[in-house]
Write a protein that binds this ligand. Sequence first.
Ligand code: FES
Ligand code: FES
Length: 206
Amino acid sequence: MDTYPPSPWLSGEPGGERAFPHPCTLSPRCLCDIIKHTSKQEGMGVKIRLTINGTPGEFDVEPGMILLDLLRASGFKSVKKGCDGASCGSCTVLMDGRAVLSCGILAAHANGCAIQTLEGLGSDLQLDPVQKAFLDGNAFQCGFCAPGLIMSTRELLDRYDSLSREQIRKHLSGNLCRCTGYEAQISAVEKLFEQRKGGVQDVREP
Ligand code: FES
Ligand code: FES
């Protein structure tokens, strides 16, 4: 687990707005050079390997295709296209365990990475503890922001032993919600960290 702070995931002070590192810093297998080469040659794609929710696969992608579009085209419709401009957080997925905005990453940048979407987190029969906490806390209205917020929260729980309410708020500030006013969402996450102190398991058994 990381200690808090420091966190490269938060940019600058004050405010601690969420920032996502350039994908090249996440993936040593990034295909930047291939993209630079092929992007000049229309119609020429690249073959990438991704493990999505534990299942490895090969994908043919155009050089300019973003990870969000690849995931949705592959059936992972929990990954929401909100702003499509790296501003709302609704497209958040985990890439090698780190929360990233899939609309801000070329699919080819993710070559060789493990991607986790909401579909790989829980099921109707067995919710992830994060899903259950939000459900119990009535933390959503329309639910459009839910998949991204749940994935961001999952990352927080996986990375940190404990966070204050203010730290939770800062960490999740990149996940916008137009319905709720955030209080119930922050409270649900705070409760998860409190339960952990009491010994309640918040990692779903495989
Ligand atoms: S759709 Fe990716 S941040 Fe809004
Ligand atoms: S519940 Fe509607 S956008 Fe968050």
